[in-house]
Design a protein around this ligand. Structure first.
Ligand SMILES: Cc1cc2nc3c(=O)[nH]c(=O)nc-3n(C[C@H](O)[C@H](O)[C@H](O)COP(=O)(O)OP(=O)(O)OC[C@H]3O[C@@H](n4cnc5c(N)ncnc54)[C@H](O)[C@@H]3O)c2cc1C
Length: 393
């Protein structure tokens, strides 16, 4: 006999757990099905094992979506304060770091335990280590054929996340299901991802690998002042991950390597330095790691004493340092991306209930065309969309 459920949630990740608990509290018989051996692998490893689970200041402006209004309803109905209240009720020790980022004080596992406890209290059933083979819709019910037999439900919630970090069992099954049921999927690409240099730039800068410095990174109208990290293949660190969400292949990124200075202020500082007769490298080393100063002066054949330099030359240097224009070759791909841009088109989804145009088929979390900036926004989207959907079930 095929077991019948009111709701099957496909995906025991952040949004799936949130939705399941709420749907079960509403009185539904809920099954969560996942192919992974354990729930919420991404929560476990996120934030260096401490999970940046939300942010003090969450607004629609922190998200990328073809319809920027889509996120408003869920985010306003389940703000970050609501999630913080939930974890406080469970006694989670947490800390708020720079940029309003909430982290677990000890282990991300404690957060998973809270979500699992909520699911247990609500009576959610788990079916892990189960491979989905196909989904059929007949007689008003969804039949999931799996490696462990067939499961059937009146309502199916797709919470399978996106393509980033395939080693954590990420797949594109959510997009395939959307297409199977006639929904549109916006083209996907890696987001919050390191950027790679061309061979020429790699040769010049690879010896800086491991070195970190604060920059203001800019792509189009989006700029972020945070740490940047040199890697063997290119650039990473928060500033680069943030702009990667807005970068298109072939476009430049612009770095202000001295973000405390605008071009005009730096020119003024150089004039004063010229008059004082002090050396440029020593001055730069106040702000830059020494190795970066050394490589920069070599690569750009920059003179170290400004005394005999024309003001035009100083102006040129001020521009070069505050507008370092780089053309990344590519991104480091889904293997290194924290999120996936694009996904199930929100035009086909209700922003209130998360039901799609296909009756009783719901999509929540990262599988949707909604991507947050770095800072806990992606988990906040998982909680908010999961809760909104759970309440509607
Ligand atoms: C390294 C890393 C660090 C991150 N750090 C942060 C952070 O600190 N803060 C933040 O806000 N965001 C962070 N993110 C992003 C965040 O993890 C995701 O946005 C969030 O987990 C999305 O939730 P979700 O429920 O949509 O999907 P997920 O949490 O990815 O859950 C999807 C679930 O679906 C299951 N699944 C997939 N395919 C199938 C299938 N074919 N059959 C059955 N089950 C399937 C998976 O096993 C998984 O359990 C990070 C991501 C990565 C990769």
């Amino acid at each position: 006999m095929t077991p019948h459920w009111d709701v099957i949630v496909l995906g025991a990740g952040a949004s799936g757990l949130m939705c399941s608990a709420q749907a079960a509290y509403n009185g539904n018989k809920v099954l969560v099905l996942d192919h992974a051996p354990k729930a919420a692998a991404k929560i476990r490893i996120s934030g260096g094992g401490k999970c940046n689970f939300t942010n003090v200041d969450v607004s629609p402006a922190h998200f990328i979506c073809q319809n920027p209004h889509f996120v408003k309803s869920a985010l306003s109905r389940y703000p970050s304060t609501a999630f913080v209240e939930l974890v406080e009720r469970h006694g989670l020790a947490f800390e708020v770091r720079g940029g309003g980022k909430y982290f677990c004080a000890e282990r991300a596992l404690d957060l998973i335990q809270i979500l699992r406890t909520e699911c247990d209290w609500a009576g959610v059933h788990f079916q892990l280590k189960t491979q989905l083979e196909s989904v059929q819709y007949r007689g008003g019910e969804y039949f999931l054929n799996t490696s462990q037999g067939t499961f059937c439900a009146l309502k199916l919630v797709v919470a399978t996340g996106a393509l980033s970090f395939p080693k954590l069992k990420a797949t594109g099954i959510g997009y395939e299901l959307a297409k199977q049921f006639g929904l549109n999927v916006i083209a996907t690409s890696p987001g919050l991802v390191p950027l790679t240099f061309s061979d020429k730039w790699q040769a010049r800068f690879s010896e800086l690998s491991g070195l970190s410095m604060t920059v203001c990174a800019q792509v189009a109208d989006h700029s972020f002042t945070e740490a940047m990290l040199f890697t063997h293949k290119g650039l990473s660190g928060p500033a680069i991950l943030q702009v990667s969400n807005y970068w298109q292949q072939g476009e430049p990124i612009t770095l202000n390597t001295l973000p405390a200075y605008s071009e005009t202020q730096l020119y003024q500082a150089f004039i004063e330095l010229k008059q004082s007769g002090k050396s440029l490298p020593k001055w730069l080393n106040q702000f830059w790691p020494k190795r970066f100063t050394q490589i920069w002066l070599e690569v750009y054949s920059m003179e170290t004493v400004l005394s005999n330099m024309s003001n035009e030359r100083l102006q040129h240097y001020a521009k070069q340092l505050t507008h370092w224009v780089l053309f990344p070759a590519n991104t480091a791909g889904y293997d290194k991306a924290e999120v996936t841009l694009g996904g199930v088109d929100t035009d086909d989804i209700s922003s209130k209930t998360f039901e799609s145009k296909q009756p009783n088929l719901f999509f929540i979390g990262e599988v949707l065309d909604v991507t947050g900036q770095l800072g806990g926004f992606n988990f906040q989207w998982a909680w908010a969309s999961g809760m909104a959907c759970g309440l509607a079930l």
